[in-house]
Design a protein around this ligand. Structure first.
Ligand SMILES: [Zn+2]
Length: 395
């Protein structure tokens, strides 16, 4: 590991220790967490002077998967992987069957224009037109979409309610913590941080039932000093959200946490180092990459490529698409194609990510990584199978 990366990791931990000096820093405790990577059990010792978790010493990903690929930026994008099914695990069709139908149309356009197979979706609900019947969504999508229930106001679900949601066919639960709109309005329960003790009974019930947190939203983008952005300019608030996430991921080791948008630990290189630490330490933690593509320009490309390859088992694909496709299926298909091109090629992708932005240099990820990120991980993590293009819950 280069001394620059080491310095960045030490800096990130030092910032976290400084910000949370009012509470006990996780790495001040001498507790041990079992971490599993590629089936191998490793132990990460958490101390004030952190030792390097084993994952940080894994082989040089650039040597294992050379970054050689012709730059075809000037040509139209056509996928080299038409046989890999892609599951968008972060969407918000919510309860609108008309939106679900428009997703099917987008998939058709993508297949014809770009040769990619956008096969299935996870619908994470939203506060407008919420899901009232899982069956109607599954039917409208021809069994290509499954649903999670979402809760903007962070309702504290009882064990009975969790069991009922499971019975109704919901895959998991999504909450929003810390985005700007919640900070302005507060929730009915005034729960600002996910480690609020009032949520303990619910997390215990979810842990027992095996229901995962699906694309849980934590914080908002916190850019570097020169480019803070308008979402979450306050690093203290940002790290407070990350700290609260770590607290619950540690406290409920049997509860699967998939964190939306990579927990936004992707707007600075040192944040990505902290994500490495979290993934190495907590085997129950996963991330989706929805709405993150436009921020890749803020990261060192080699650092991000290494991260995506090394943690290929812990990352799932997503976009955060809502109901825009109803009026513009071709435009949405083109936006999907930009994200595929960023992941699959070394091209400079004009127009940014799914949500536009500056041009992004593609990551040229190897096939074995793309297969995991596009569909294998989401099937494994959420106990699903894909049969004849239909998404099926195993338990
Ligand atoms: Zn979302």
């Amino acid at each position: 590991m280069s001394s620059t990366i080491k310095n960045k990791i030490v800096a990130a931990l030092a910032i976290a220790a400084f910000v949370f000096s009012g509470s006990i820093p996780a790495f001040a405790q001498s507790s041990k967490h079992k971490s599993s990577r590629k089936g191998k059990q490793v132990t990460a010792q958490l101390t004030m002077e952190p030792t390097q978790p084993a994952g940080w010493k894994s082989p040089d990903t650039a040597k294992l998967y050379p970054d050689t690929c012709a730059d075809r930026s000037s040509e139209p994008y056509v996928s080299r992987y038409p046989d890999i099914p892609i599951i968008d695990a972060h969407t918000h069709a919510a309860g609108k069957c008309s939106t679900v139908k428009s997703y099917l149309r987008v998939s058709e356009i993508i297949k014809k224009e770009y040769h990619s197979d956008l096969a299935c979706w996870i619908n994470l609900d939203k506060w407008v037109d919420p899901i009232t019947s899982v069956d109607s969504i599954v039917k409208a999508s021809d069994c290509r979409m499954l649903c999670s229930f979402g809760d903007y106001d962070v309702h504290i679900y009882t064990a009975r309610e969790i069991a009922q949601k499971k019975k109704e066919g919901y895959l998991g639960c999504k909450f929003w913590f810390g985005p700007y709109y919640r900070r302005m309005t507060d929730s009915t329960h005034l729960i600002k941080y996910i480690d609020d003790p009032r949520l303990a009974t619910m997390f215990k019930a979810m842990e027992k039932s095996g229901m995962p947190m699906t694309s849980l939203h934590i914080a908002d983008p916190n850019g570097p000093f020169s480019d803070r952005g308008e979402w979450c300019a306050d690093p203290v608030f940002f790290w407070g959200q990350i700290r609260s996430l770590e607290n619950v991921v540690r406290k409920y080791p049997k509860l699967t946490f998939v964190i939306a948008h990579g927990a936004w630990l992707n707007n600075q290189d040192a944040q990505l180092d902290y994500m490495r630490y979290l993934l190495d330490t907590y085997p129950n933690l996963y991330i989706d990459i929805a709405a993150t593509f436009q921020y890749y320009r803020l990261l060192d490309r080699n650092n991000l490529r290494d991260f995506m390859i090394r943690y290929a088992d812990r990352i799932i694909y997503g976009t955060d698409v809502s109901d825009e496709s109803e009026g513009d299926p071709e435009g949405i298909a083109a936006r999907y194609a930009r994200t595929f091109r960023i992941l699959e090629t070394a091209d400079t992708v004009k127009g940014g990510g799914f949500f536009s932005g500056a041009d992004v240099k593609g990551l040229n990820l190897p096939r074995v990584v793309l297969e995991r990120i596009y569909y294998k991980n989401v099937l494994r993590i959420y106990s699903l199978s894909l049969k004849d293009g239909k998404l099926i819950m195993e338990k």
